[in-house]
Design a binder for this molecule. Structure first.
Ligand SMILES: Cc1cc2nc3c(=O)[nH]c(=O)nc-3n(C[C@H](O)[C@H](O)[C@H](O)COP(=O)(O)OP(=O)(O)OC[C@H]3O[C@@H](n4cnc5c(N)ncnc54)[C@H](O)[C@@H]3O)c2cc1C
Length: 442
């Protein structure tokens, strides 16, 4: 099934790509197993791709690439147990629509419906809400195809280290084939937007983080006000034409994309003036809709993003430090800094491992002029004990990351046992996790 390949694979953002020697799009677990066996026989390393919504070189390989986007669909919905089993390449939005028809929902998701369940899990994908850990917290069990061709079913009652490692593994332990997630009864959410002075918000950051079930804030660093988004459960019915309301966020991104294009001529310094000239969309009125339609919105404009997970209690200080640094730099992104929060978890490589978390996300247009913003911000956030989002842009190496993860060695041990030859590695995983080392097995 693995044929010589001439197709270039690239990420959604177009910021990373590769020409794999072999490219397969399996449609069954057997085909996945056969593709891995064939790659191993040919001495090729294997990387697995979802929809490529990670921004870095996690997926790229000169070896064998398994594109799992054709291996999709819901396998079973168990209404009694409140569980759904999906094939790894199923997109989050597709899953949510199927659950909706069955009166079920996922308790919390991020802002994008397009990425695959397995890709999202593997990179520590999260939404917002102090009561909600990353997506991995909703997993009941999963199936993992390992380098020796065996398929393991792993759940919370199995080896706790394996269970802790397998849910966010950057594709380095093998190929996830199916994932079983816990669901909740379908619910509606009310979406509300307010604004507040930045200073005041930072003084009461901890309290603000707990005032809504799903809070987030947006801040344009050249201004002193923030936009606050609160998303909360309600028994109220959907607002008429609610679907159109969520497009306000999409239109805002289109406006940012356009501003970024114009700033290519004038430079990143011109962004505040351009933004003022174009005018924002302003606050939207509250609306109610099905949870998955309120959590997510279509994001057609391509950009580059970096996000770091900080201890919740250090997040306000990090934002205080970012403010003068980004102003001094004088260059700006048309996209706001996005701040979200989340519960900690016990997943070994989860950026939220062991602590309530504040997530600080910076989005920039894909131009060289904007990269400096990310470099400055990364330097500051790192000083606040931050861990980068595995799927987003960052420059951290294994040396930088290891001391930030208390269970780092346990993950390396599991990897050395499950994949002793480093079959599922690439240059990028060697950089961020270090190469597989037989000595780690002890
Ligand atoms: C517009 C946009 C919005 C985003 N919003 C959010 C957000 O709200 N919250 C958030 O946390 N992140 C967000 N992200 C980041 C993104 O969701 C994640 O990084 C995720 O990786 C994307 O999933 P994917 O299917 O595109 O995976 P890919 O990018 O294709 O792969 C990511 C990783 O998963 C591994 N992988 C994929 N499939 C498998 C498998 N079957 N078995 C084993 N490993 C596998 C790959 O090897 C790779 O290491 C966003 C990204 C974009 C572009």
């Amino acid at each position: 099934m693995l044929r010589p390949n001439r197709r270039i694979w690239s990420t959604w953002s177009g910021t990373a790509g590769c020409l794999p020697a072999q490219l397969a799009a399996p449609t069954s677990e057997d085909e996945i197993a056969e593709a891995v066996r064939a790659a191993v026989r040919n001495g090729l390393n294997v990387r697995t791709a979802g929809t490529g919504h990670s921004f870095n070189r996690l997926v790229t390989t000169p070896g064998a690439l398994l594109d799992l986007t054709s291996y999709k669909g819901v396998v079973a919905v168990d209404r009694v147990a409140g569980e759904v089993t999906v094939r790894a390449g199923t997109r989050i939005g597709e899953l949510c629509r199927v659950l909706d028809r069955d009166g079920l929902a996922l308790a919390n998701i991020g802002t994008l419906a397009d990425q695959t369940i397995a890709g999202a899990l593997s990179t520590g994908n999260h939404g917002t809400g102090l009561a909600h850990p990353p997506l991995s917290g909703q997993v009941a069990r999963l199936r993992l195809l390992t380098a020796d061709g065996n398929v393991l079913t792993v759940g919370p009652d199995d080896d706790p280290d394996l269970w802790g490692g397998v849910r966010t593994a950057l594709g380095t332990l093998g190929v996830l084939t199916t994932v079983t997630l816990r669901c909740v009864p379908q619910f509606n959410l009310r979406h509300r937007v307010d604004s507040a002075p930045l200073q005041e918000l930072l003084e009461r950051f901890g309290a603000w983080a707990g005032e809504s079930e799903h809070p987030s804030l947006n801040w344009q660093p050249w201004t002193d006000r923030v936009t606050l988004r609160s998303i909360d459960r309600t028994d109220a019915p959907s607002t008429p034409r609610a679907s159109a309301r969520r497009l306000a966020a999409t239109l805002d991104e289109v406006r940012c994309g356009f501003t970024g294009q114009v700033a290519r001529v004038g430079g990143a310094r011109t962004v505040p003036a351009l933004t003022a000239g174009l005018g924002g969309l302003g606050p939207t009125s509250p609306y109610v809709d099905a949870s998955h339609r309120v959590f997510t919105f279509p994001q057609p404009v391509r950009f580059l993003a970096m996000e770091h997970a900080l201890p919740l209690e250090r997040t306000a200080d990090a934002l205080r430090e970012l403010r003068p640094a980004l102003r001094r730099l004088g260059m700006h992104s048309p996209y706001s800094v996005l701040v979200r929060v989340g519960a900690g978890d016990d997943v070994l490589l989860s950026p939220a491992h062991g602590r309530a978390t504040g997530y600080v996300n910076l989005t920039v247009p894909r131009t060289v002029g904007h990269l400096e913003i990310l470099r400055i911000a990364e330097h500051i956030l790192r000083g606040h004990d931050a861990r980068p989002h595995w799927g987003k842009a960052h420059t951290a190496t294994a040396e930088v990351l290891a001391p930030r993860y208390p269970r780092w060695k346990d993950f390396r041990r599991i990897r050395a046992v499950l994949d002793p030859e480093g079959t599922f590695s690439n240059e990028y995983t060697d950089k961020v996790l270090g190469p597989v080392d037989a000595a780690d097995r002890r």
